[in-house]
Design a protein around this ligand. Structure first.
Ligand SMILES: CC(C)(COP(=O)(O)OP(=O)(O)OC[C@H]1O[C@@H](n2cnc3c(N)ncnc32)[C@H](O)[C@@H]1OP(=O)(O)O)[C@@H](O)C(=O)NCCC(=O)NCCS
Length: 305
């Protein structure tokens, strides 16, 4: 394996190159386009950000990898909070993946974190990669993911103790720091930032997280199912039945949307393993719709932890 690389702290003059690298690595990977470069851009001034653990990997004068860490916390089941840390974005340039660089960078950063006294790290990611760095399902350590049932084994919610026994007797729920939602919290700021990069085509694709219309909840499986902007470009947040030509086709409230969708129950029931009643269907929509972008309430008093 080539080892012609070094790992060093990120410098202010690296920032644009690092953000470009993150954009390249994440583009269309988990969803059409990506927001992780904006998360990184904003995070550097977030109080939860840990400047001592902001590393880049450089190979023959070019940045090929980056990782940053953030303070987070667990809401303990018995009340109170407990400090854990998290990290991300972690990115290796697409030209350089699967050469062991991601693991080398992560191992280096985790060792540095341990050296700073960090006891445990939680994060959301793919176990296939992170198990190589000692991560396992967080549920095995009695930790649960905010928004999921406490006994659920969430396959992407992972944790590792850097200090053995650090989480002994700790049971609680992890809340992703608000900084990771920078693009949701400031869509206009994100759009302005994204416009400073060369245009890149967004697309739905294999291996991405399931996408659904952020107005009616319909799964978005094909690019053709997506809405359109005024200039004819695709909008990947909304389906074509909800959003076309840069506007919502119906000026609904959330309740009106639920009434509208309840009319499709017979069709929906054909795809469900056991049919649901209209009352159950409405109840599910009332629980799910407030999480959709169109109906979500602004974060208001949400704070980074
Ligand atoms: C995820 C990422 C950081 C991994 O870095 P990398 O340098 O490609 O990974 P490594 O070569 O160190 O991988 C080590 C092992 O992890 C596993 N692994 C790595 N990437 C994997 C993937 N995408 N799927 C499944 N297993 C993977 C493999 O077992 C690999 O060993 P192998 O190549 O001998 O089979 C990199 O692919 C990346 O930047 N991806 C896009 C951004 C991203 O997803 N970041 C993480 C967000 S949680």
């Amino acid at each position: 394996m080539e080892t012609d690389w070094i790992i060093r702290p990120e410098r202010p003059e690296d920032r644009r190159e690092t953000e470009t690298l993150v954009r390249e690595a994440f583009w269309n990977r988990y969803r059409p386009g990506c927001t992780e470069h904006f998360v990184l851009h904003r995070y550097r001034t977030d109080p939860a950000f840990v400047p001592e653990l902001d590393f880049v990997m450089e190979e023959r004068g070019r940045l090929v990898g980056q990782i940053v860490f953030s303070r987070a916390s667990l809401a303990l089941d018995g009340g109170g909070t407990f400090p854990v840390w998290t990290f991300g974005p972690l990115a290796i340039h697409p030209d350089c993946q699967r050469r062991g660089l991601g693991l080398a960078l992560l191992d280096h950063a985790l060792e540095a974190a341990r050296g700073m006294g960090v006891g445990a790290v939680c994060m959301e990611g793919a176990l296939d990669f992170y198990r190589h760095a000692g991560f396992d399902l967080a549920s095995k350590l009695h930790l649960h993911c905010d928004g999921e049932p406490p006994d659920a084994e969430v396959p992407y919610f992972l944790a590792r103790e850097l200090v053995p026994g650090f989480l002994r007797g700790v049971e609680g729920s992890y809340r992703t720091p608000r900084g990771y939602f920078a693009a949701d919290d400031d869509p206009a700021g994100f759009a302005a930032f994204e416009a400073t990069f060369p245009p890149k085509e967004k697309a739905l694709g294999p291996g991405q997280l399931p996408q659904s219309c952020q107005s009616c909840g319909m799964p978005l499986a094909r690019n053709e199912d997506c809405g359109t902007e005024a200039d004819g470009g695709r909008n990947f947040d909304y389906c074509k039945c909800c959003y076309a030509g840069g506007r919502f086709l119906r000026d609904f409230t959330m309740e009106e949307m639920i009434d509208h969708c309840a009319g499709f129950l017979d069709g929906e029931n054909k795809h469900l393993p056991s049919p649901v009643s209209e009352a159950q269907y409405r109840e599910r929509m009332r629980a799910f719709f407030p999480r959709l972008k169109r109906w979500r309430t602004p974060p208001g008093n949400a704070v980074s932890v």
